[in-house]
Design a binder for this molecule. Structure first.
Ligand code: PHE
Length: 370
């Protein structure tokens, strides 16, 4: 047993002199590891007579504890030395000037939403938002799409397994149109709002992502007709694209929540192989590009929202914000919008100082000032 004491003292001494965490661990394995000598000794206890075991077990145990304690103490000391060393050598000079160029930039989607808010605020529209987790009544039923309506299938909806307290199915909203209902229900008429936000559909390729952005427009008042819709869209698109020669073409279309429904195309010309908005799409070398859906609000929708359709009429439109950003600022792959790639953000992002205003212009140079 003197042998045990000597060996323990040697081990404790070696531990106290260990120069690094690695060296310390090697010593731990040598004594306390599965094949370590202390562990081996502990295994011999089983074969001893009870008397013998009573005498030796406490000694072997205290050897184990002594070495383990020494290892703990040395480990704490090495770590403290290491911290001291780093504190002494690492410095942070708080008197250095801030970096010349700010690193963050405003995402084109945020920028375009700000531009749209500015344009529509000038036309007297308020900005509303609604929940992205919607119930099927607001997303479909109240928009004149009852349970079995085929248009529901066109939306590739993400449903939740659960229903809300009133037994309504929950889903990720497939468009911003439920904000029409929420606004009319909460505030009655008249209404003049836009509602920007995220929407979700199970769809993915270069021009579709499962989450994208829309902006909804809704006007409810007395004696509203298609002429008001056309003027509003023309005024908004001229301001947004900063061109007076924006020409629109209204085509008959179908949405359950508008009647009549109109698909709006915008004329473009091809300059150096690129499509540039402006000019009549019918001229040679020009064309029409589909831009947004709109129409006169269906009587049934006004009824669902609790208003009298004989008194109140209106128009609504919905347009893809990402698509507007791509057309104005020239990106060609929608997926890059949501990759979070710093290089893309630096190239297409905007400076936070580029607040869109109607007086200074709602457009901002991409990248340049960011
Ligand atoms: N909600 C429709 C869509 O997402 C767009 C739309 C909005 C059409 C308002 C008409 C009126 O496709």
């Amino acid at each position: 047993m003197d042998d045990l004491q000597n060996r323990t003292q040697e081990a404790v001494a070696a531990v106290s002199n260990a120069a690094s965490l690695d060296a310390l661990d090697a010593l731990r394995v040598e004594a306390l590891g599965k094949q370590g000598w202390v562990s081996q000794l502990l295994k011999t206890l089983g074969k001893m007579t009870p008397d013998e075991r009573q005498e030796k077990a406490p000694k072997i145990q205290s050897a184990r504890v002594a070495i383990a304690d020494a290892i703990e103490a040395r480990k704490a000391a090495i770590e403290a030395e290491e911290l001291e060393r780093r504190l002494a050598t690492e410095t942070l000079d708080l008197t250095l000037p801030a970096p010349q160029t700010p690193k963050g930039s405003v995402h084109p989607v945020s920028q375009v939403m700000d531009e749209l808010s500015e344009i529509f605020a000038d036309l007297g529209f308020a900005v509303k938002t609604g929940p992205e987790v919607e119930d099927d009544w607001h997303n479909f039923t109240a928009l004149n799409m009852p349970e079995s309506h085929p248009a529901r299938a066109m939306h590739d909806t993400f449903y939740f397994p659960d229903h809300d307290g009133e037994g309504r199915r929950m889903l990720l909203r497939t468009h911003t149109s439920p904000v029409q209902i929420r606004t009319m229900v909460a505030e009655g008429a008249p209404v003049r709002i836009i509602a920007p936000g995220r929407v979700y559909r199970s769809d993915s390729d270069a021009t579709h992502t499962p989450m994208f952005h829309q902006i909804e427009g809704l006007v409810i008042d007395r004696d509203i007709h298609l002429g008001h819709l056309k003027w509003t869209l023309e005024t908004f698109l001229k301001a947004f694209f900063e061109r007076e020669d924006i020409v629109l073409r209204l085509r008959p279309s179908y949405f359950p929540f508008t009647e009549p429904s109109v698909e709006v195309d915008v004329g473009f010309e091809v300059v150096d192989g690129k499509r540039v908005l402006g000019g009549s799409g019918d001229a040679p070398g020009h064309g029409w590009m589909e831009l947004l859906g709109s129409g006169v609000v269906n009587r049934r929708v006004i009824e669902f929202a609790g208003l009298d359709p004989d008194e109140w009429q209106g128009f609504a439109f919905g347009v893809g914000v990402d698509r507007l950003a791509m057309l104005k600022y020239g990106m060609d792959d929608l997926r890059a919008f949501f990759d979070g790639d710093r290089r893309w953000l630096q190239h297409y992002g905007f400076s936070p100082f580029d607040q869109p205003t109607l007086s200074a212009g709602v457009g901002a140079p991409i990248g340049g000032r960011a």
